[in-house]
Design a protein around this ligand. Structure first.
Ligand code: CA
Length: 248
């Protein structure tokens, strides 16, 4: 199997990594919120007369709410969603999500974040979410880890994932980092594509029902089955990042 670290350096032309920060996605990476998201999306869209499946919302994960609504409106009705439709539908989805979401964190997310901090690396949040209920809980669930100046949310970008803008903005907020100075931890195909197109090394943790090949196809450099697995392997991954150098 190809060494993913060497493959990244060959592709990007960098000689080495110079890791300063880890960029974390939120839903499905820090919070086990995807089942509640998918349930509330499925119920909302069905109420508004759209044909859809519960599972497809795992695939759309990472898009902004407006983008998801627009995509389904194009598919179902062959036109763009109006501003009013987006507002009304997203409000209903948010209402249901707040009702269904238990705020459960992903096992080993806390341990992983503390490990990254103790490695002397910065922790940056890059999420497509605009859910105040979750954003407000970050400090409560992960105290001392994230600061608002180093977060990118739905409110901070024009183009959500899979566009590279959120992760590029994450690099900027991390102190104008170069792409070889950070690593992304993602769980969704759209998020992986965003990170990969931004040119950042991407570790996917497969916490949902998606086949791992879908994450590799989206551009993941490494795919692991859980946050626990990443936590266990992190020191070894970090050592590989520090020791990798491009063979010329
Ligand atoms: Ca996610």
């Amino acid at each position: 199997m190809t060494d993913p670290f060497q493959a990244y350096l060959s592709l990007t032309g960098y000689t080495r990594f110079d890791i300063q920060a880890v960029l974390f996605d939120m839903d499905g990476v820090l919070y086990n919120s995807m089942p509640a998201h998918c349930k509330s999306w499925f119920q909302t869209m069905t109420e508004f007369g759209y044909h859809c499946t519960y599972e497809e919302f795992f695939i759309h994960e990472g898009r902004t709410g407006g983008s998801t609504i627009n995509l389904l409106t194009q598919r179902e009705f062959g036109r763009d969603a109006t501003e009013e439709e987006i507002k009304v539908i997203y409000a209903r989805k948010t209402e249901l999500f707040t009702q269904y979401n238990q705020g459960e964190t992903i096992p080993f997310a806390r341990e992983m974040l503390h490990q990254v901090k103790s490695n002397g690396l910065d922790t940056i949040l890059v999420t497509g979410s605009g859910q105040h209920s979750l954003l407000g809980k970050l400090e409560e669930n992960f105290p001392g880890i994230f600061v608002r100046e180093k977060m990118v949310t739905a409110f901070d970008v024009k183009n959500g994932k899979p566009n590279p803008e959120p992760y590029l903005k994450g690099l900027t907020r991390g102190g104008r980092l170069e792409t070889n100075q950070a690593v992304v931890v993602e769980n969704a195909p759209m998020g992986v594509q965003s990170a990969s197109d931004a040119g950042i090394f991407c570790i996917a943790i497969n916490t949902g029902p998606i086949d791992e090949q879908v994450l590799y196809d989206a551009g993941a450099d490494i795919v692991l089955p859980s946050m626990e697995d990443l936590f266990v392997k992190w020191e070894s991954i970090l050592a590989s990042l520090k020791n990798a150098s491009r063979k010329i």
